[in-house]
Unconditional design. Structure first.
Length: 388
């Protein structure tokens, strides 16, 4: 996945049913007209808005094997991204994932797995915004982040209408370029839930989640978070689904109580399969969450998203998304509020079954009460992937 301002351009492969091993290769090119996220105020003062073109090559291998009731899957992806102008931001990335979808009879099932990812933080966060440059180029190194996660979850069908579920996970995030940021963190969490299953396929339940967050470079950000939420998966009709998850969240900081949070969090996602070839999606949320911004441990996010997919022919598909989000960093102790508007269109074309061509255009506009975080950028991507 190529990370550039405002878009994640994905070229990963997916195994077909019955495949055990499937290698693939891909290449993509992305051009962005404001690669460093130069602020509107800086541009007005005479700072140039610099563009750049990034090239990415990748190779990967998928594994997918079913043995009786057990399914084993894995993916290994290696890539290299190089920039035309800002070559000092070049980096090597990788994504590795493995999962065991386990079953014990017809009543017990779950997942055991791990993921590892090494990618570039959004380019605007990889350099100091509007910092001094040498010969027109930023002198900072790329801020590559590494994420590791291990997890185990399971569900026990106590009765055709009742299900008990739970899970544990461990997550680690680290950045190569630290500076004065909060940055690195470790999070351990556990969850348990109980659901009623209707014959229609809908379900309603309640769940409790506990998370412990540890920030080695900023102990003041350490926290314990408790959540009690209702979960409703409603099959409105054969074409429409609604997923509702909402409840109370309490986040406590032992060493910085001023950063504590207590309040309602919720998210609603809807899917409408208008026809066999057209799908509409929508989302609405109010929740606290972790973020790539390395100056705060979390923000309160309120947003809405709209998406659409159209399978024009068996070989051509068009997808679009619009997202509006307001981020309030005040609860975590940073006096700043941002508003982000993001939109993208992607056209997928399969000239032959094993070859995929993707073209995308995207635009991001961020407003902020901190002038240096106000910016706009526009970009376009094209890429191909071939599966052997």
């Amino acid at each position: 996945m190529l990370l550039v301002p405002g878009i994640a351009f994905t070229t990963a492969a997916r195994a077909e049913e019955g495949d055990v091993l499937r290698p693939y290769v891909g290449v993509s090119v992305t051009h962005d007209d404001n690669i460093l996220g130069t602020s509107n105020a800086a541009i007005a003062a005479g700072t140039p808005k610099l563009s750049d073109t990034a090239r990415r090559i990748e190779a990967g291998l998928l594994f997918d094997k079913t043995i009786s009731q057990q399914r084993l899957t894995a993916n290994i992806n290696l890539d290299h991204t190089s920039f035309n102008r800002f070559s000092n931001l070049n980096y090597n990335g990788r994504d590795i994932a493995a999962n065991w979808n386990w079953h014990v009879g017809n009543q017990l099932e779950g997942n055991l797995g791990a993921t590892h990812s090494r990618t570039l933080t959004s380019v605007q966060d990889s350099v100091t915004r509007n910092a001094a440059v040498d010969n027109g180029l930023p002198n900072q190194l790329p801020n590559v982040r590494t994420q590791n996660r291990q997890y185990f979850d399971g569900a026990w069908l106590l009765h055709p209408s009742w299900r008990l579920r739970g899970g544990l996970s461990h997550y680690e995030l680290s950045y190569e370029q630290q500076g004065p940021q909060i940055a690195d963190r470790r999070v351990d969490d556990g969850e348990i839930g109980f659901d009623y299953l209707a014959r229609s396929g809908s379900s309603i339940g309640v769940q409790y989640r506990r998370a412990d967050g540890d920030f080695p470079n900023s102990p003041l950000a350490n926290y314990k978070q408790d959540e009690v939420k209702a979960r409703i998966d409603w099959k409105v009709s054969g074409k429409t689904d609604l997923l509702f998850l909402a409840g109370w969240v309490q986040r406590d900081h032992d060493q910085a109580p001023a950063s504590d949070y207590s309040g309602f969090n919720g998210r609603v996602n809807g899917t409408w399969r208008v026809t066999g070839k057209t799908t509409l999606t929508a989302g609405l949320w109010r929740e606290i969450g972790a973020l790539d911004d390395q100056t705060a441990s979390y923000s309160l996010n309120r947003g809405i998203s709209l998406g659409a997919g159209w399978e024009i022919t068996r070989q051509i598909r068009l997808d679009g998304i619009y997202q509006h989000e307001r981020r309030d960093y005040t609860p975590s102790g940073l006096f700043r509020k941002d508003t982000i508007n993001y939109g993208a269109l992607q056209l997928s074309y399969y000239p032959i079954p094993k070859l995929k061509v993707l073209t995308s255009v995207y635009r991001t506009s961020q407003g902020s009460d901190v002038a240096s975080n106000d910016y706009r950028n526009l970009g376009v991507s094209i890429g191909t992937r071939y599966e052997f």
